[in-house]
Design a protein around this ligand. Structure first.
Ligand SMILES: Nc1ncnc2c1ncn2[C@@H]1O[C@H](COP(=O)(O)OP(=O)(O)O)[C@@H](O)[C@H]1O
Ligand SMILES: [Mg+2]
Length: 297
């Protein structure tokens, strides 16, 4: 195995990826996704797909953006590649990287060329949490030629997108921690924009009930959604640090449907998270709970 070890040494200098970078993206066609299209977003996505105009979904966390995209992929029966952007997302995740395998090197395609070749849906989640240099590379890949030039592969490789290739991105409002403004040229790659917000009370009730398989105390569920909406409003104007999502109202409903006292469930789901920012924050929310559910016995 001498040959291999020499090989390994030579390639060490070429900044080969370490095991952390070896992550290879896979796709799947979602099935049985529960989604209530209350905002009529699916018809817009289907039209955009027909014309292959890329879509940007804007909205706070937990308003159903990811679930909408999964439902859409299920409907059109196309594989979905997803990447959730953060400060740790690197260019190599997007375009690919040279990896060392059994002593020889191989270029592992990143999520962009992989999805392009397959004619899959590329889902760029929370795009505005990425570093600017990563976004720059993405911008290049999303231009009208629908191809990507990979110089990283040693030789120059051009990957052309299959005609079915489609891209959907999401961004969180700038009030969310860690978000940055998207550069205008990148925004312009997504000319169709869908705005998703928290639903009206009656619709949120309907959505939550889709996840519960027994009858639930409507009044208690309504109180929890009223509380969630008050907290969402407060978070919007930065009075508090956290905005509860539909995931939280679903969790509340599951707890009370399994017999937990609603006020205790409200504390667990809605109040305790604020201890992260100290007792004063949590106290504000506990007071709200008391005002909605009455004094503690
Ligand atoms: N319209 C909807 N229909 C069904 N479930 C929904 C809907 N909106 C949100 N949810 C549920 O709320 C939770 C958060 O949704 P998610 O898609 O992860 O939000 P986001 O991607 O905007 O953060 C999930 O459990 C999801 O299934
Ligand atoms: Mg999401």
């Amino acid at each position: 195995m001498l040959k291999n070890s020499i090989f390994a040494k030579i390639f060490k200098n070429r900044k080969l990826s370490n095991s952390e970078d070896l992550f290879e993206f896979t796709s799947y066609i979602p099935k049985n996704i529960i989604y209530d299209d209350w905002s009529n977003s699916l018809p817009i996505l289907l039209k955009a797909y027909e014309k292959k105009i890329f879509v940007l979904i804007i909205g706070p966390k937990g308003t159903g953006k990811t679930t909408l995209v999964r439902k859409f992929a299920e409907i059109i029966k196309k594989p979905l590649y997803s990447i959730n952007f953060s400060l740790r997302t690197k260019e190599s995740h997007l375009v690919g990287t040279t990896v060392l395998e059994n002593g020889s090197t191989r270029f592992a395609l990143g999520i962009i060329p992989k999805s392009m070749k397959e004619g899959a849906i590329l889902y760029l989640d929370e795009l505005n949490a990425a570093e600017p240099d990563v976004l720059l590379r993405l911008d290049e890949a999303l231009d009208d030629r629908r191809e990507i030039v990979l110089k990283e592969a040693g030789e120059t490789i051009i990957v052309k997108a299959h005609p079915d290739w489609f891209v959907i991105a999401t961004i969180n409002p700038l009030s969310h921690a860690g978000t940055k403004e998207l550069p205008p040229q990148l925004l312009s790659r997504f000319p169709i924009r869908i705005h998703l917000d928290y639903p009206p009370i009656e619709i949120e009730k309907r959505i939550v009930k889709m996840y519960i398989n027994k009858p639930i105390d409507e009044r208690q569920l309504e109180l929890a959604i009223i509380l969630a909406n008050k907290l969402r409003e407060a978070a919007k104007v930065e009075d508090i640090y956290y905005s509860p999502s539909i995931r939280e109202t679903i969790a509340f409903a599951k707890l009370i449907s399994s017999g937990l006292d609603p006020r205790v469930a409200a504390e667990i789901v809605f109040a305790n998270v604020y201890y992260q920012w100290g007792d004063v924050e949590a106290k504000k929310v506990r007071d709200l709970i008391v005002s909605l559910w009455g004094e503690w016995e």
